[in-house]
Design a protein around this ligand. Structure first.
Ligand code: PLP
Length: 395
């Protein structure tokens, strides 16, 4: 009989991967499934980036690199953050890791323990709550409101801070809602946080380059008063369509960097060397491929918001960023989980129940629009037909 640590019972998961597995199983049975469940760009990594990775392998970059990442890559990160946010971060506070998720895992494990509290967005990326529980800390949900474009209310967040609060997790633009928090709300939050110097902030800005219709992405790095306690989570997965290369980075406060680097040494040693060279090409090469991908997302977003709003029982807010819509489906009379299951099994459309993102996601469904316009149109037609059948049966 094998016995695992009790904390293993606390670990949650990301149901996008489970839905993907169910969708693949149905496809293997010959069913046609449109997968709007998984959160990754449907574009290939731009060719100049792939070439840089291929060349790095051919040039013999096969060994370990420094645990924090090769210097030219970290310098490219510093230059990119300066270009995008007008800030200069010290190159020795950049930690390159295998994916955006790793900065999340490390920061929560470094600050979370029994007795500590961590505030996290709800509905939000499910791994936040999962790792908070795994660390032994108490998860304190921070509600996001449909009526506020899925932003939080800064005063409400500040009121949740106690002497036990160690970490506040922010994510804008957000998964699963696509919400982009307005500058005014962040200004209020930043000003209020000055009264709580014991709270670190993990700012997950992995969708920071995907904002639409004049929405701006405001980085937490641009608040000098928070500079000593913001952990920035960012990376290549979404902006450069590099989810499978597994690379991201954190910019850590000076006081936390050594601990994070030590976790990296204990855990993965370094990111695969060739991927790091590809990452330099991404940050220093032509921006056109990323820009045209985001332009395609903008067009699909316009389409899907309008189309979902025409479906009976659906009410879809226009998201400010990322590549998700999070329609309110309460009007269908079905709960989110049943709708997810039935749309997959009966309509052949994979989506994710809002409850996979926390209790506040009840009554919502997440659609990723990182799929071709044709696929989105077909998905909406299938949904329309299916909803019509339900209404006819109900009469
Ligand atoms: C909000 C958010 N943060 C982080 C990540 C993780 O990104 P990566 O694939 O680079 O680990 C994701 C991926 O879906 C995400 O949605």
């Amino acid at each position: 009989m094998l016995t695992t640590a009790a904390r293993m019972g606390q670990l949650g998961t990301e149901s996008a991967f489970e839905v993907l597995a169910r969708a693949k199983a149905l496809e293997a049975e010959g069913r046609s499934i449109i997968n709007l469940g998984i959160g990754q760009p449907d574009f290939a990594t731009p060719a100049h980036i792939v070439e840089a990775g291929r060349k790095a392998l051919a040039d013999g970059h096969h060994g370990y690199t420094p645990a924090n990442g090769i210097l030219p890559l970290r310098e490219a990160v510093v230059a990119d953050l300066h270009r995008r946010h007008g800030v200069t971060v010290p190159v020795d506070q950049v930690l390159v890791v295998p994916g955006g998720k790793v900065t999340m895992f490390f920061s929560i494990m470094m600050l979370g323990e029994p007795g500590a509290e961590i505030i996290y967005p709800n509905p939000g990326f499910p791994i936040y709550e999962s790792v908070i529980r795994f660390s032994g800390a108490t998860p304190v949900p921070m509600p996001l409101y449909e009526a506020k474009g899925f932003s939080f209310n800064a005063d409400e967040v500040l009121a949740k801070i106690t002497p036990r609060t160690r970490l506040l997790i922010l994510n804008s633009p957000a998964n699963p809602t696509g919400g982009a928090v307005p500058r005014s709300e962040l200004d209020t939050l930043a000003a209020g946080l000055e009264r709580h110097p014991h709270v670190a902030i993990l700012s997950d800005e992995i969708y920071g380059e995907m904002v639409y219709d004049g929405n701006e992405h405001v980085s937490l790095l641009t608040y000098p008063e928070l500079k000593d306690r913001v952990i920035l989570l960012d990376g290549w997965s979404k902006t450069y369509a590099m989810t499978g290369w597994r690379m991201g980075y954190g910019v850590w406060p000076k006081a936390l960097f050594a601990g994070a680097e030590r976790l990296a040494i204990n855990c993965h040693s370094c990111v695969n060397a060739a991927t790091q060279y590809a990452g330099i090409a991404a940050l220093t090469g032509p921006r056109e491929p990323s820009l045209s991908m985001v332009a395609a997302f903008a067009e699909r977003r316009r389409y899907i918001v309008q189309a979902l709003n025409r479906l009976p029982g659906f009410r879809c807010a226009t998201p400010g960023g990322a590549f998700y819509v999070f329609p309110n489906i309460a009007g269908t009379g079905l709960d989110s989980r049943s709708l997810e299951t039935r749309l997959l099994n009966e309509a052949g459309v994979a989506t994710i129940s809002g409850t996979s993102f926390g209790a506040m996601g009840d009554g919502y469904l997440r659609f990723s629009y990182a799929a071709s316009l044709g696929a989105l149109q077909e998905a909406v037609e299938r949904l329309g037909r299916w909803l019509m059948q339900q209404n006819t049966r109900a009469r």
